[in-house]
Design a binder for this molecule. Structure first.
Ligand SMILES: Cc1cc2nc3c(=O)[nH]c(=O)nc-3n(C[C@H](O)[C@H](O)[C@H](O)COP(=O)(O)O)c2cc1C
Length: 203
């Protein structure tokens, strides 16, 4: 493991989308999940679930997501944008990535509030906690010398993903994390400095 301080890891993590053709050591997978699962969470809960998508299962996942994407666009009743190129790119990314993890939410332990406003807030808390878990995962990957990025596509076709991977009941697919040893060193995206804009105000 590289020696990396927390602030360095936060500052130098980048979304990496090109990977060296090198396997991720098996023992790193549970370590990444363990790092994700020490994130802050509502009610001392741990509402996150992860599935490692093995190479032999990926075609089923990719086909299911592609079919759901097409079906959605067809039901929009707008002129269809050509899908072949983006689908081929996505298929290549998901096929070639060394380690593919699906992050899911499990909302079985949310409180059952009597009104919709509080039920929605409760759900939001859980959904947002998955972001904390995934940031932990990306930072841990970075500290282990890996790179990666998230894809939110499963949120848009959760039922198709759950069926394709035969997920346990209650697992709601949310993000794919694509991980591996980096084959690129991306520049940080342009972002305004905090203080030079309205990101932080005092009241
Ligand atoms: C919720 C979420 C969804 C994302 N979805 C995608 C995605 O579908 N495809 C992709 O290439 N990157 C995706 N990303 C990565 C962002 O594009 C990336 O974080 C952003 O450009 C900032 O770059 P950085 O991560 O290097 O700081 C996603 C990031 C987040 C937080």
């Amino acid at each position: 493991m590289k020696d990396m301080r927390a602030l360095d890891a936060i500052a130098t993590r980048r979304s990496v989308r090109r990977f060296a053709p090198r396997e991720v050591p098996r023992d790193l997978v549970p370590k990444l999940i363990a790092a994700a699962c020490v994130a802050p969470a509502p009610h001392h809960d741990r509402p996150w679930r992860f599935a490692e998508v093995r190479p032999e299962t990926r075609p089923r996942l990719i086909d299911a997501m592609a079919a759901a994407w097409r079906a959605d666009l067809e039901s929009d009743r707008r002129p269809l944008k050509p899908l072949d190129k983006p689908l081929a790119r996505s298929r290549r990314q998901l096929t070639e990535v060394p380690l593919l993890l699906l992050a899911c939410l499990e909302l079985g332990s949310t409180r059952d509030w009597p009104d919709e406003r509080r039920r929605a807030a409760e759900r939001d808390m859980y959904v947002q906690s998955l972001g904390a878990a995934l940031q932990n995962l990306l930072l841990a990957a970075h500290a282990y010398g890996l790179g990666g990025y998230l894809k939110g596509a499963p949120l848009f076709c959760a039922a198709a993903v759950a069926e394709a991977l035969d997920l346990p009941p209650g697992w709601q697919p949310a993000f794919l994390a694509l991980l591996g040893y980096p084959a690129e060193k991306p520049e940080p995206p342009p972002r305004p400095a905090v203080g030079a804009d309205d990101l932080l105000i005092e009241r």
